[in-house]
Ligand binder design. Structure first.
Ligand code: SF4
Ligand code: FES
Length: 361
């Protein structure tokens, strides 16, 4: 039976706090929007502290302090302390540029629980080239050493694409060398900046098959030493992923200026009305914001999703990808082999071009 999810509204468990869009790096697959929000529009410390308290009341357990580069905020330590005081588990997602040893120690003292460092590749020159920032790789290594020295939990995040997909094994070894307890290997998702760079980032099917095989053997080899989480590229899959665990079911994103989104790319879908924490409580937004209600549950679905037995498992896939590829956010994610638009994905996955990246600036 189709549902709109309103009767049994679930509690969100995670909050992505995009503290700023400012970032010294220029990754060509950045998940931030093409139109970045400026410093003058960023929420202040008191508003973030209120948002964290409201999130905890709503049932959120974990806050991801993200960006941009959250280290660009001068008040990052105070923001972290506010999240900790609200009772949230705090995870800092950083490029490592902008967080030195002294600042990290202050963050740990403020109650930071976990840190996630993005690493662009296992080799310095390639990593710095992908990040569009000379010296970024060295800073990541230095910060990782400090994280371990302070006894904080460390995750390494690697976004995979054509230029680095054949070095997954070396990345896992690097994460172990850095002292991480977990590595997250996530393939590029093609919207926003990555859509601009799709042909330059797209791996071949042989590369993807090789990565899947490598991953299985890495998991066996290192199962006692590191947790390996991996998300494979949808363009080569049969079924789509349940993007963000289902629209408006598990998490919310707050942009630097306070707009609350069901997923980080939701602003790419035209016509959605987003409410702001400047005007309303998080609880009111979660329950009644038109953007959250737009694709919550299954009532909005069309065929083939509407009567598909998988509709409560993958929720029709990714709304942002459906819009990016078909121009219709209600369409079945074309990644699904049952979608009438699936041939489009097969055609796009075959286009690989060695062209210069359009960096996020
Ligand atoms: Fe998922 Fe829709 Fe494909 Fe069924 S038809 S598997 S619900 S995307
Ligand atoms: Fe928006 Fe998938 S990124 S629903």
């Amino acid at each position: 039976m189709a549902t709109n999810g309103a009767a049994n509204l679930p509690n969100p468990v995670g909050l992505l706090a995009e503290l700023t869009h400012r970032c010294p790096l220029g990754c060509p697959y950045c998940s931030n929007p093409l139109a970045l929000e400026g410093r003058a529009d960023e929420l202040d410390l008191d508003t973030w502290a209120r948002v964290f308290r409201e999130a905890a009341t709503l049932g959120v357990l974990q806050v991801h302090l993200s960006g941009g580069e959250p280290g660009a905020r001068r008040d990052l330590v105070e923001i972290t302390k506010a999240a900790n005081q609200a009772g949230l588990y705090t995870n800092l997602i950083t490029s490592a540029v902008g967080i030195n040893a002294e600042r990290l120690a202050a963050l740990a003292a403020a109650g930071l629980d976990h840190i996630q460092i993005s690493v662009q590749d296992s080799e310095q020159s390639s990593a710095d080239h992908i990040a569009g920032y000379q010296g970024a790789f060295r800073r990541k290594r230095e910060l990782a050493a400090e994280v371990v020295r302070l006894g904080l939990l460390l995750t390494i995040n690697m976004v995979v694409h054509r230029a680095n997909i054949e070095r997954i094994d070396r990345m896992v070894e690097l994460a172990l060398e850095f002292g991480a307890s977990r590595i997250e290997i996530a393939h590029v998702q093609y919207y926003g900046w990555a859509l601009k760079n799709r042909a330059a980032l797209m791996p071949s099917r042989e590369q993807v098959d090789g990565a899947i095989a490598a991953l299985e053997s890495l998991r066996r080899r290192y199962q006692e030493r590191i947790v390996i989480d991996a998300v494979f590229p949808d363009y080569f899959a049969r079924y789509p992923k349940p993007c963000v665990g289902g629209w408006g079911r598990r998490s919310l994103n707050v942009t630097p200026s306070g707009r609350v989104l069901p997923c980080h790319a939701a602003e790419t879908i035209p016509g959605l009305e987003f409410w702001s924490v400047r005007d309303r409580s998080l609880a009111e937004i979660w329950e009644a914001s038109p953007a959250f209600r737009a694709f919550r549950g299954t009532d909005w679905m069309r065929e083939p999703c509407a009567t598909c037995p998988r509709r409560e498992r993958d929720f029709g896939g990714c709304r942002c990808q459906a819009f990016a590829l078909t121009g219709d956010a209600r369409a079945t994610d074309p990644v699904c082999h049952l979608s009438p638009d699936h041939s489009m994905v097969e055609r796009l996955a075959a286009i690989q071009e060695d062209r210069a990246y359009v960096y996020r600036r």
